[in-house]
Design a binder for this molecule. Sequence first.
Ligand code: PLP
Length: 392
Amino acid sequence: MFSWDNFIQEQTQQLPNLRIWRAKTRHDPRYLQLAEQNLLNFVSNDYLGLNGDPRLIKALQDGATRYGSGSTGAPSMSGYSQEHAKLSLNLAAWLGFEDCLLFNSGYQLNVSLFSALVNSNTHIWFAKNSHASHIDGILLAKAKFTTFTPEQISLVVRAIETDPIKLHIILCEGSFSMDGSCNYLAQLLEIKQKFPQQVLLIIDDAHGVGALGQSGYGTLEQQGLDHRQVDLYIGTLGKSLASHGGFVVGNAALIHYLRHSVRSQIFSTMLPPAQAAVSNAALAIIQSGEGIQLRDKLAQNIATFKQLALTSGINIYQAEENISAIQLVMLNDLSQLNLLHQHLLDRQILVGKIAYPTVAKNTPRLRISLTSAHTYDDITKLVATLAEKYHR
Ligand SMILES: Cc1ncc(COP(=O)(O)O)c(C=O)c1O
């Protein structure tokens, strides 16, 4: 019988895995505080432990007092405030670009960006392990596209060479959300240099901006590369800035065009000004000496985790190259994944349990998200508990 009840039941049965939504009861940078339990938290994106910082909370309160609880409209109507203007300016100046456009989230940005950039003469090349928001945005744009693996980069170059009248977008992440650092960013910058007019290079460094590199410019800086060679540099405000929203920086003409053509800029209510005030306060910390210290602590924690894990014989994905806050423990099969995840959970340690379709088949992994708030003891406890069952 055709009915919506049957349809939903059938679809639900086909879902590969049901995720658990844990309702936290308050915020702590190290723990996921639930009503019944306190889990040592290795799944947070709060890479610098700034969520809950009194300065950010005050910025939220002051912003709400001044502007109210919401923004009241799209940016071109009544939604744009001085806090938004200041944030755009601050982000562009900090990252060394001419202009910046704010979005309600990184996901919204990626879903709406590509529709404005493609036509029948464009082709998008993007990394095979790209974030869902890139895939969704490219499909929505009805863009012509090809995915590539690191081994196929030379094929991308050849395709651009042989099709000089086409315009190409190369899209990649600084740190992949399920794989850690991208280790071929230098090659992508070289392609941009080789085809300056034909190629628009877009790097989304949602997991790197603020958290990585001496100045917090992200994965490119961490790898000794210049992020300003990218045409559009994307970040989120919801991870190391402990705020909310997405942003893209680029040259003035490009951002001006996007401001007036990306549909989410026109048809969606702007981020609350108080939220932009939080981002401004977080950015001030990130740019200060304190920001450098927090990033040093994060880098130390990443190194400690890798060193302890490798000493315990644990298989870390691209241990040498992956210097991001996202570390992956690669496993043989789903039963090992379930066993280890549960073993950690039974000891109040929460890590990400990642399997197909989030990652390729036969590559199940535990995803460990490190922050500057973790202590040496937290990391020792994680690795020791993991090692108890890893080799069985
Ligand atoms: C590469 C990448 N881009 C965008 C996003 C989405 O950003 P937001 O959480 O601000 O929607 C994520 C989220 O994890 C991401 O990994």
